[in-house]
Design a protein around this ligand. Structure first.
Ligand SMILES: C[S@@+](CC[C@H](N)C(=O)[O-])C[C@H]1O[C@@H](n2cnc3c(N)ncnc32)[C@H](O)[C@@H]1O
Ligand SMILES: CC(C)=CCC/C(C)=C/COP(=O)(O)OP(=O)(O)O
Ligand SMILES: [Mg+2]
Length: 297
């Protein structure tokens, strides 16, 4: 299966391009993982306004909007509140791309169901190209773009983010929103550096283990096992960026901003069992939620 091309047109509904099979057995595992993912927390939150995210939230809880826990509408309000915080996270990432024109192209590496891509197009009016290993996710994202009438500007493809079909220097901006823990960071930043124009902006929001703690804690190992990912350290991010002409312009510790999301989510009916690992690792300092924005120089 390696390096061959397969036509998933029939298998995956609306995906109408030839797509390369996963390059490694691990990538095959990740493609399968996201093809089969159907956690209610992600669909129920996305159903609030049609923006489907696979990332977490930031910001203070609006207790007035939540109202009384005894209210029969409380759970619905809680879901809307979690979704609001997830969209606030994507908004912060997009703000760090800086000024983007309507004629620019953005690249979403590991685009999931495409919520961040839609938000990027709505904000900048530009083209947004996404890649994911999952044909199901790409179909979902393309279907949403069609429903919104923005399919000429927002497109997801099944593709390895380490080897994309984009031209050298094609993108004014690119990002990873909670998708960099599935790849080698040197390979990843080499590809972003190739695709970005000089002066372009790269942004990631990610969870990373904290070198000050020593080594990945048991909670970090639990998160890795839960998602079949490999969380990197903060040091690895900065080193791999420096080695690939990506110069950090902002490094923001979002850990205090994401804790309210997790504490609220832990009280909801949509818990998945991973809430304790995030809360405890953020609290013991072994794990951090960070935004890094870097200039391609
Ligand atoms: C946690 S989801 C994040 C989705 C999206 N960025 C969001 O914020 O909603 C991780 C995504 O990374 C993608 N991914 C992981 N490894 C990849 C690779 N080598 N190439 C392309 N996509 C990859 C998965 O297919 C999935 O869409
Ligand atoms: C910060 C870290 C380490 C993230 C790992 C990547 C990941 C799985 C993100 C959330 O996806 P999701 O929205 O599908 O997860 P969940 O179902 O838990 O909401
Ligand atoms: Mg989620």
């Amino acid at each position: 299966m390696f390096m061959t091309s397969i036509d998933l047109t029939a298998a995956a509904g609306t995906t109408s391009v030839f797509i390369p099979a996963p390059v490694t057995p691990y990538q095959g595992d990740i493609a399968r993982y996201w093809d089969h993912e159907a956690r209610p927390v992600n669909l129920r939150l996305g159903d609030v306004d049609g923006l489907y995210h696979h990332h977490y939230g930031i910001g203070d809880i609006d207790h007035a909007a939540l109202g009384d826990t005894e209210d029969s509408a409380y759970e619905k309000k809680l879901i809307a509140e979690l979704h609001r915080l997830e969209s606030a996270q994507a908004k912060l990432l997009l703000e760090h791309l800086g000024p983007i024109g309507r004629d620019d192209t953005l690249v979403d590496a590991g685009c999931g169901r495409g919520g961040s891509m839609v938000m990027a197009h709505q904000r900048f009016g530009c083209k947004v190209e996404g890649v994911t290993l999952s044909a199901k996710q790409a179909d979902f994202a393309n279907r949403r773009a069609q429903e919104l009438g923005i399919e000429d500007h927002v497109r997801a493809r099944v593709c390895n983010m380490l080897s994309t079909p984009f031209e050298t220097g094609q993108a004014a901006g690119s990002w990873n929103n909670e998708s960099s823990m599935y790849v080698d960071l040197h390979d990843l930043f080499a590809e972003h550096s190739r695709v970005l124009e000089v002066g372009g902006r790269y942004v990631t929001i990610t969870g990373c283990w904290n070198p000050r703690y020593g080594q990945p804690s048991k909670w970090v190992s639990q998160i890795n096992a839960h998602f079949e990912c490999n969380i990197h350290s903060r040091r690895e991010y900065l080193r791999a960026m420096a080695d690939n002409r990506l110069v950090p312009q902002a490094v923001i510790d979002l850990t205090p901003d994401t804790l309210p999301y997790w504490e609220l989510r832990a009280t909801s009916s949509l818990v998945t069992g991973i809430e304790e690992a995030f809360i405890e690792s953020y609290k013991d300092g072994s794990f951090q939620y960070v935004l890094i924005a870097a200039d391609r120089v």
